[in-house]
Every structure is written in structure tokens, then in C-alpha cells.
Ligand binder design. Structure first.
Ligand code: SAH
Length: 363
């Protein structure tokens, strides 16, 4: 465990070097390809410097929550580092990082000022890591445990992140640019935010002048957080003036039964294809969900709809949404599509998972 693996071609020429991962179907997690080189302390330092430099100057004091390391696309396979103001969260998706954790921590502490560092472990490695390395999910690596959720800012909006126990690392940082876009589309309208989680899209819509927003999620816990996020932003008169409602329900069922009409519908479901084999079923689910969402839109209404399923490629997802729109028989125009934000790079095809399409229904 924790060994480097060097890969040579048939003529014994160097191809790549990576971390050997005997516990995973991805047996070698590549760190470097091309010319041979030594993976030593200087290399790790350089690797971190490269990740940090991609973000340098991209976020000002208005945005203190963003991703510093995004796994394989940043040269750190299976490792994520997120910043939430003064708290850093290291999330590991493979146990290969454990033997190197101290070394990496020392580097991170040196380069990224912070008060706390929290370790998060993906569910499938938790018991292995506890047994082999005595490290727990949610363990503090630096500093004291936070008293509650950590508060950070995104374009001046304050949000809480449940860094110790929440989904992912506590917040869905990857949708930041879409949330900001939604702020510009919401003025005066009624907004439905389906699969709302902690109300991210809704607070933006409210700040953008939405008359009302509904957060719809199956998780009561997520909706409690959405309420607190609204409370945190009452300093914005438009947020204070917006009518905010939380509905705990299965989004598919609720939208199907609903008679209400909206001017903006946001659909941001969890991954509907966990494995490649789920792709067909997922495409059908996306088509159904989007048809249901479109039916709830007023004339002139806007659909903002996304997919975070890596097994459903962007082109296929966009086609599925356009098909649902065409089948509605309504006239619509496409506003835009968006994929990965700067702090969540996708440097190879399989790394791409996030895609969002914006449609306006004219009739
Ligand atoms: N849009 C959010 C992130 C959404 S994550 C943001 O910007 O932060 C997906 C959310 O969907 C989770 O909060 C999860 O609780 C919720 N969810 C999962 N299945 C659901 C279902 N069938 N109906 C409603 N919500 C569901």
C-alpha cells in the first residue's frame, strides 16, 4: 500500500508513473506520463503549486468557497481539496493517499493559510481506512472541530457548509456559476428549485429579485439548511422581500402532481446513472423529469436543467432535454449550455460530468 507503480511499454520504455491501488478496479492512479522523472518531495510541492496557480487571482474576498484540488484532472487522482473560508476539507476517494497524508498535509499547511483541516473519506473506503490507518471520516487533521456548519461566501452570498458530515465536502461548489446565472434570470418571477439541497440556487434567485421561491428536496435536513441560508442573507433587501417556501417530497412525484406554474424552474438532480450500465435508464429519467418541469413553466418561462452523471455525456444530455422540449409542443429557444467551472477542471473525456442547459419557452 502506498507504493508507486511504474509502467513500461513492451520495449521497456517508460510510459507513466502512478500510485498502486490494489483495493480498486483502477489499479494504477496515474501521476505523470511522458518523460521519466522522480516522484519526490519536490515533485509533490510542484504538483500542489500547479493546482493552486490555476485558481490564483480567480476568486476575490466575495468568494471564499471553492475547490483547490479537483482529483485526477489536477494531477491528484482520487483526492479533492476544498476551501470554505478558513476551513479546508480533504476528501479521499481512495486509500492510496493515507501513507502520504502527513506529507501532503505539511505541504498544504505551508501554502494555504487555514484554521482547520477536516478529513473526509468516501463511504467505500471508510472501514478499510479506519482499520488500517486509524483515520475516521470527519476527523480533524488541524484545529478544533467546528461548533456547527462553517460559513463561507460565494459572490457575496453567505452559505453554510456541513464540512464534517455533509454530502461531498459539505456544499456543491461546482454549480457556483450556474447559481450566479440564475440570479440574473429570476427578477419578479416565481421560482421552483427542485433538488434544492441547501437552497443555493434559491438564495441567488431571491437576491436577483424573485417574487417567490420553492425549495424542493427529499431531505428534511437539506431544507433546514436552506432555511438557515435564507436567514443568513436577510441583509439583501431582495432576499428579505422574497417569499421562501420549503417542500419535502420526491421531486418527480411532486412536480408531476403540482398544478402550480413558475417563471423559472431549476432541475439539479443527483447523478441518475451511478454506473455505465445505468445510462439508458438515466436518459429516460432525465427526459421524464424535464418534461414534467417544462409543463410547470409559464409562457416566457425559463428551464435551467443539469446533469452530474459522468455516464451520460453532455451531448446526449442536451439532446435529451431538447427532445423533451420539442415533445412539449411549445415554442422554445436555447439560451446557453454550460459545463465545468474553472476550479473543477475536466482534463480528459471521462472526467467531464457537469452540464447544464438553459431553455426559454416562448409559448
Ligand atoms: N442544487 C444543489 C445541489 C443538489 S444535490 C445546490 O446548488 O447546492 C441533489 C439533491 O437532490 C440532494 O439535496 C438530495 O437530497 C436531493 N434528492 C435526491 N433524490 C431526490 C428526489 N427523488 N426528490 C427530491 N430531492 C432529491
Amino acid at each position: 500500500m502506498g507504493e508507486l507503480a511504474v509502467i513500461y511499454d513492451r520495449k521497456d520504455r517508460f510510459l507513466a508513473v502512478g500510485l498502486f491501488d490494489p483495493e480498486s478496479p483502477i489499479r494504477v492512479r496515474l501521476l505523470h506520463t511522458g518523460k521519466p522523472l522522480a516522484i519526490d518531495a519536490a515533485w509533490w510541492r510542484q504538483n500542489l503549486a500547479q493546482s493552486l496557480s490555476k485558481r490564483a487571482g480567480r476568486f476575490d474576498a466575495q468568494t471564499t468557497g471553492y475547490r483547490l484540488i479537483h482529483g485526477e484532472s489536477d494531477g491528484w487522482p482520487g483526492l479533492v481539496l476544498d476551501r470554505y473560508d478558513q476551513a479546508l476539507v480533504i476528501k479521499l476517494y481512495t486509500a492510496i493517499w493515507l501513507p502520504r497524508l502527513e506529507e501532503i498535509l505539511a505541504l498544504v499547511k505551508e501554502k494555504v493559510p487555514c484554521d482547520q483541516i477536516i478529513l473526509r473519506l468516501s463511504r467505500n473506503i471508510q472501514s478499510f481506512v479506519e482499520n488500517e490507518y486509524q483515520r475516521r471520516d470527519g476527523q480533524m487533521l488541524v484545529g478544533n472541530p467546528p461548533a456547527g456548519p462553517v460559513i463561507f461566501s460565494e459572490y457575496g452570498i453567505r452559505f453554510e457548509a456541513e464540512v464534517v458530515r455533509g454530502q461531498k465536502t459539505g456544499f456543491f461548489l461546482d454549480q457556483r456559476e450556474n447559481r450566479r446565472e440564475v440570479e440574473t434570470l429570476a427578477k419578479g418571477g416565481r421560482v421552483l428549485n427542485a433538488f434544492s439541497f441547501s437552497g443555493g440556487f434559491s438564495v441567488y434567485a431571491a437576491r436577483g429579485g424573485a417574487a417567490s421561491v420553492i425549495d424542493l428536496d427529499i431531505s428534511a435536513h437539506a431544507l433546514e439548511s436552506a432555511r438557515r441560508n435564507f436567514a443568513l442573507n436577510q441583509n439583501f433587501p431582495s432576499v428579505a422581500a422574497c417569499r421562501h417556501e420549503c417542500v419535502q417530497a420526491d421531486a418527480f412525484e411532486w412536480i408531476e402532481k403540482s398544478q402550480a406554474k413558475f417563471d423559472l424552474v431549476v432541475l439539479d438532480p443527483p447523478s441518475l446513472a451511478k454506473r455505465a450500465a445505468d445510462q439508458e435508464g438515466a436518459v429516460r429519467a432525465y427526459e421524464r423529469l424535464n418534461s414534467l418541469g417544462i409543463a410547470r413553466l409559464n409562457r416566457g418561462g425559463i428551464l435551467v436543467t443539469g446533469s452530474c452523471s459522468a455516464h451520460v455525456p453532455a451531448a446526449g444530455f442536451f439532446e435529451t432535454v431538447r427532445r423533451a422540449a420539442a415533445k412539449s409542443g411549445r415554442k422554445f429557444s436555447e439560451i446557453k449550455t454550460r459545463q465545468h467551472p474553472i476550479d473543477h477542471p475536466a482534463s480528459f473525456k471521462e472526467a467531464g460530468y457537469l452540464k447544464v442547459i438553459y431553455l426559454k419557452f416562448i409559448t
